[in-house]
Design a protein around this ligand. Structure first.
Ligand code: FAD
Ligand code: PYC
Length: 416
């Protein structure tokens, strides 16, 4: 840190933050915009940013019912990777990965993207066959990936339990070295600040309560801050996407489930990569602060409570302690839940709809954080051009009618 920034930090700390520049404006909503984005999570903000930057569409408002990143964006465990099975997904997530690799510079905001690698453990012969298949598929698509045996996993993660008598013995893993973690709320703030600089209005505490149609096309929304007109509306509402889409008369093939995570007290650095196990429904990384960031599988029931049930956490803790017996002495600090919008094929829906001017970006389920910049990039294209980009064309809503599903349950990595 330079002397200048130390002094400016101290001055701002002592002045009660009065001299801190505003990162983005908080304007009242205008009566009309060219494009409305419903949902101020990372995906919605990234969409607004790329609409303004790449497509010159700047008369845009992002409408958020709560605060920026208060949804899944700042509730997730921040794992970023692109090692999906099918070509369609790999292309989409790898596009996002490339954007992640330049994102702090692009936004002039440190999103703390740390490419520390992600391990997906295999505990059975079938797991190992699936891992091999996926790594080969990734490599054919130019995505980095390695198959590790148990000894190589132990070398990378010395504190892992490598006992062959463990209930779920570690037989090996896939490893994506370029994968990693990022600072989730910084992603929302970085996109918000950069979109605002292009003139995008970011309007918090503004819940959309109805979508207005004139025959086959949308003409605006009703909100808790009054009606707003627009001929293009993007729905990016994660766990509430089906609720919002229903306002325009669309029924989506989504189920909303709680997904939980928790963090421990900070401890000294012991885990230098991300470890995930689909079989035992748990995964863990260590933040730069030292906390263990742990996640579970989804809660089996549907619902909108951002909490989840105790037995799911208990199950995840059991699994983590079995994989890392040393963690049994670490105290947990906080637990929370988000609401994830799960699609039958564990893939997102990104595209146009039968309602003119209404666009969907949802169904990311347990795995959308890693896609944030790529999702915004393709969605901005779709809204601006009124047709999907080739990267998101396979992820249309029509695939549920035509049967062109893309089954990514294996690569989704969190059991659901
Ligand atoms: P959100 O951030 O949820 O944004 C949607 C916004 O829409 C919300 O802010 C909400 O308030 C707003 N909204 C809803 N209804 C309305 C309305 N009527 N009017 C106005 N605004 C509305 N993904 C990964 O890739 N890696 C991970 O490690 C990972 N871990 C996860 C762990 C947990 C515990 C959870 C819950 C999710 C995890 N995910 C992970 C999934 C990931 O968080 C989501 O897929 C992603 O953040 C979705 O981003 P978003 O911007 O669409 O959603
Ligand atoms: O998609 O990699 C993922 C993920 C990890 C935890 C939750 N989702």
């Amino acid at each position: 840190m330079s002397r200048y920034s130390i002094f400016s930090l101290a001055r701002n700390a002592l002045s009660g933050h009065q001299n801190w520049p505003q990162a983005w404006r908080s304007p009242p909503p205008k009566r009309e915009y060219d494009v409305l984005i419903i949902g101020g999570g990372g995906h919605g903000l990234a969409t607004a940013y790329y609409l303004a930057k790449l497509h010159g569409v700047r008369n845009v408002a992002v409408l958020e019912k709560g605060w920026l990143g208060g949804g899944n964006t700042a509730r997730n465990t921040t794992i970023v990777r692109s090692n999906y099975l099918w070509d369609e997904s790999t292309h989409l997530y790898e596009h996002a990965m490339k954007l992640w690799e330049g994102l702090s510079r692009e936004l002039n905001f440190n999103v703390m993207f740390s490419q520390r690698g992600v391990l997906n453990l295999g505990h059975s012969l079938q797991d190992m066959r699936d891992i091999r298949r996926r790594v080969h598929a990734n490599r054919l698509n130019g995505v980095d990936g390695e198959v590790l045996d148990a000894a190589q996993v132990k070398q990378l993660v010395p504190i892992i339990n490598d006992s062959p008598t463990a209930r779920y013995p570690v037989l090996g893993a896939s490893f994506q070295p370029r994968a990693g973690i990022a600072r989730h709320d910084a992603v929302a703030w970085g996109f918000a600040r950069a979109a605002d600089a292009y003139g995008v209005d970011i309007i918090q505490q503004c819940e959309v309560t109805a979508i207005r149609r004139d025959g086959a096309r949308v003409v605006g929304v009703d909100t808790t801050r009054g009606p707003i007109a627009a001929r293009k509306i993007g729905v990016v509402a994660a766990g509430h996407s089906s609720v919002v889409a229903a306002m325009a008369g669309l029924r989506l093939p989504l189920q909303s489930h709680p997904l939980q995570a928790f963090v421990s007290e900070p401890i000294k650095p012991v885990l230098h990569t991300v470890v995930m196990s689909n079989a035992v429904h748990a995964y863990v990384s260590q933040s730069d602060k030292g906390d263990l960031v742990i996640g579970a599988g989804i809660d089996a029931y549907t619902g909108y409570g951002q909490r989840g049930s105790f037995h799911t956490i208990e199950h995840a803790v059991e699994a983590i302690v079995e994989m890392f017996p040393g963690f049994s002495r670490v105290r947990m600090n906080r637990q929370w839940g988000g609401i994830v919008d799960v699609c039958p094929d564990a893939c997102p829906i990104i595209g146009t709809t039968a309602v003119q001017g209404l666009y969907l970006n949802c169904g990311w389920g347990t795995g959308g954080f890693k896609a944030t910049p790529g999702s915004g990039w393709v969605f901005a294209y779709t809204i601006a051009q009124d047709r999907p980009h080739e990267l998101n064309a396979p992820f249309s809503l029509e695939r549920f009618a035509t049967g062109h599903l893309i089954d990514e349950h294996g690569a989704a990595a969190v059991a659901h």
